[in-house]
Design a protein around this ligand. Structure first.
Ligand code: SF4
Ligand code: SF4
Length: 58
């Protein structure tokens, strides 16, 4: 089970991209971040630092 970013909450600060240990997070065309479900190891680091609580475990 991987983590997912809710695009309706994400403000595009990109902080999560810098903390992911496996580089599973990238920027989408709209400037918001997306998590590659095949790379995410569910460490939870991104969810703990997101300032708006946009990242949750599915
Ligand atoms: S840290 Fe949160 S608000 Fe910032 S880009 Fe990532 S998901 Fe979006
Ligand atoms: S839960 Fe961990 S591995 Fe998955 S996207 Fe967030 S920081 Fe990366």
């Amino acid at each position: 089970m991987a983590y997912k970013i809710d695009p309706s909450k994400c403000i595009g600060c990109h902080t999560c991209m810098g903390v992911c240990p496996v580089a599973a997070i990238s920027m989408a065309a709209d400037g918001k971040c997306v998590i590659d479900q095949s790379k995410c190891i569910s460490c939870g680091t991104c969810a703990s630092i997101c300032p708006v609580g946009a990242i949750a475990h599915e």
